[in-house]
Design a protein around this ligand. Sequence first.
Ligand code: PEP
Ligand code: MN
Length: 338
Amino acid sequence: MIIVMGNEITDAQIDAVVKRIEAAGLKANISRGIERTVIGAIGDERKLSAEMFTPLPGVESAMHIAKQYKIVSRESHKQNTIVEIGGIPLGGEQIQVIAGPCSVETQDQMDLAAKFTHEAGCRMMRGGAFKPRTSPYAFQGHGVEGLVMFRKAAAKYKLPIVTELMDARQLDTFMEYDVDAIQIGTRNMQNFDLLKAVGKVNKPVILKRGMSATISEWLMSAEYIAAGGNHNIIFCERGIRTFETAYRNVLDVTAIAVLKKETHLPVIVDPSHAGGKAWMVPALSQAAIAAGADGLLVEMHPSPCDAWCDADQALTPEELKKMMGTLGAIAGAIGRTV
Ligand code: PEP
Ligand code: MN
């Protein structure tokens, strides 16, 4: 059972709910979000009923949730949640496109990337400073120095920044540099200690799907973050591994529809890591928007053939601009804007 509290509640009101849960022999998990505090009752739920909690001051609602994932489930919160990234709303009527290079390489590259991201009409920027690479001999990212370059480049156009966190020990640094959204990559979707760490901070988290993760595993990973009190979670479908070798991964368009039904949180799509080739990116982006995605995470490089990583899948600035021009009509057909 979960008990949803309003946003202006006192510790005494929370204590009263916890006492009732404990008196029935269950344990309480308090998840203090910005918008709402959710108290989960863990144990034999048959001993609880909604009426035990709804009369208590500060309680908005109480309900049994059949699903394993509770806070992130649409059962617990019917309306779509809008997550703000640096003041830009994601999950509402307006679709957001986050564009930028795979990795932060040089200040010049980032300055140009920021300019082209802005000129294409995108309101947020991506770029990896800490890179999860298959080979230990491949470029691993500039680390903190990369964050500095990224911040400097994006600031000129007031673009909020999205960047990947691989190690909980870097979290303080991410907070210090005021990263606007923390990306958890496909390889870390089930790094539960990392999920718990980002669950404790008040920063939007873009949770990419593990390359072989089921949707319910993915939802459970988001629940780890939410259970810690951070409810600002965005799902990112980035393609899954299958038997097919003609492209890097298979973009699971079905997952968009399923997630929109199962969770109230925003869902975005990374068409770049899905297809793995730049020429596929416009078609996959269009399909994602048509299927109900709330946004895109797209790789664009000022000069793709010179990119230090993922050169094949990066759009040129012109290709990004052209693609952006095609998305408005698709969004319009389903009552949204770009
Ligand atoms: C990335 O976005 O740069 C990245 C490494 O993606 P993924 O975790 O989806 O492979
Ligand atoms: Mn990449």
